[in-house]
Design a protein around this ligand. Structure first.
Ligand code: SAH
Length: 403
């Protein structure tokens, strides 16, 4: 069998690592080296703007000159990353003389060390070496990390501590939850979910995980929200790690903060994992930018769960009608006629563009484009049902010009 590289972990804390070159390779390698605690010295007449920024921030040292023999005198580890093969060869030669392991970026086989494809998952560091097939090692690394994140590969980590994680699941496409949210989901004993939480994520859960549909919790004399809070608290107190999986972001019209307060008052530990809110993701997925230079300098996200004339409404509709920017309306389908009317009555032009995005980021996504005066009829005509995001403002009329 051919010889293989020996995979190892270096303790680099406070040890000098010399990077010769200042281009994209150095820029890509620097963050992980810094995370290991290494002292970085970059030697190159010029560096990328990002590397220069790191030098200015004091994260690394940059010597703005060419490499010279002797530069590796104090190094524990080195990387030859210039675009000049001759210089890289000199760096490796000096490193070899000094018995310092050295990566050669342009021709790995002429170096004395190679950088594995690296991934991280919950305190684990994964390294994959392929012996000269970087695409293969990167692909395997990514597949392993994804499998770990999804809980498809057991990582034998200590069980998650009891408590509640309020996790924003994103707008619906299972690929739009955060990495942290997905990792916590994969470690849950109990998942309490909503109708609008991404259903695709639940299919991945191992069979021992108890999934509770919040809409179906019997709530007797308690209010629905109290009943949900009680389930979270009881399960956490019974020693379970509970993920409260919510649609979008937990704190955007999602009652997430009520759940946090209830848990905290009951002495249950809560972590909050932000999510991609449908208020921004659904328009984006439909090609509607909620802001655009020279078009909209403000974005107001509004709940349409009560009518404009409802005494409990906290929305100043006449003030919104005076804005020129973007209004993003959630929970607004049912009362769109009333919202359009009050906006027009208080001064928003009747021909203001409107885009309505139903089931944003899901396969069933649909967009209806109209104007403030006509949108209620258009939605009725299209029989557009919730959930939908209603975007009001000039941005709703923008469309890319095909080449
Ligand atoms: N916390 C959620 C919002 C909850 S309020 C978030 O940050 O996205 C529920 C409303 O969100 C719905 O009435 C609808 O207006 C909107 N919504 C949620 N998911 C949606 C989606 N995939 N497409 C369009 N609108 C969505």
């Amino acid at each position: 069998m051919a010889e293989q590289h020996y995979l190892v972990g270096l303790e680099l804390h406070d040890r000098l690592v010399v990077l010769v070159g200042g281009g994209s390779v150095v820029q890509r390698r620097a963050p992980r080296l810094l995370a290991s605690g290494a002292r970085l010295r970059v030697i190159s007449p010029s560096v990328t703007a990002v590397v220069e920024g790191m030098a200015q921030a004091g994260e690394l040292q940059w010597l703005p000159r060419r490499y010279a023999d002797g530069d590796l005198a104090d190094a524990w580890y080195a990387m030859a990353c210039t675009d000049d093969a001759g210089v890289n060869a000199e760096v490796v030669a000096e490193a070899t003389r000094r018995r310092v392991f050295c990566v050669r970026a342009d021709a790995g086989e002429f170096g004395t060390a190679v950088t594995p494809a690296v991934g991280e998952h919950g305190g684990l560091t994964l390294g994959v070496l392929s012996g000269g097939e970087p695409k293969r090692s990167a692909a395997v690394r990514s597949a392993l990390v994804e499998a770990l994140q999804a809980g498809l590969v057991a990582d034998a980590a200590a069980p998650a501590a009891p408590g509640v994680a309020l996790v924003g699941g994103g707008p619906g496409d299972p690929g739009l939850i955060t990495v942290r949210g997905r990792r916590l989901l994969s470690r849950a004993d109990v998942v309490v979910t909503d109708r609008l939480a991404p259903q695709g994520l639940l299919e991945e859960l191992p069979s021992h995980v108890e999934v509770v549909d919040a809409a179906k919790i019997p709530y007797g004399r308690a209010m629905q929200q109290d009943a949900i809070n009680a389930v979270l608290i009881e399960a956490a107190k019974a020693g379970k790690f509970v993920v409260r999986l919510k649609g979008g972001d937990p704190f955007v019209f999602g009652r997430g903060f009520e759940e946090l307060l209830a848990c905290t008052e009951a002495g249950v530990a809560v972590t909050v994992v932000p999510g991609v809110t449908s208020a921004f993701a659904a328009p984006a997925a439909a090609g509607v930018p909620v802001s655009h230079r020279g078009v909209a300098h403000e974005i107001v996200v509004v709940s349409g769960h009560v009518a404009p004339d409802d005494p409990t409404s906290l929305v100043d509709w006449p003030a919104l009608a005076r804005l020129r920017g973007t209004l993003v309306l959630l929970m607004g389908v049912q009362r769109i006629a009333a919202f359009a009317e009050v906006l027009i009555r208080h001064g928003r032009p009747a021909d203001t563009p409107v885009a309505v995005v139903r089931n944003g980021t899901l396969r069933s996504q649909r967009t209806v484009r109209s104007t403030l005066a006509k949108v209620a009829d258009a939605m009725a005509h299209e029989q557009l049902r919730p959930p939908a995001i209603i975007v009001i403002g000039p941005v709703a009329g923008l469309a890319p010009n095909p080449a």
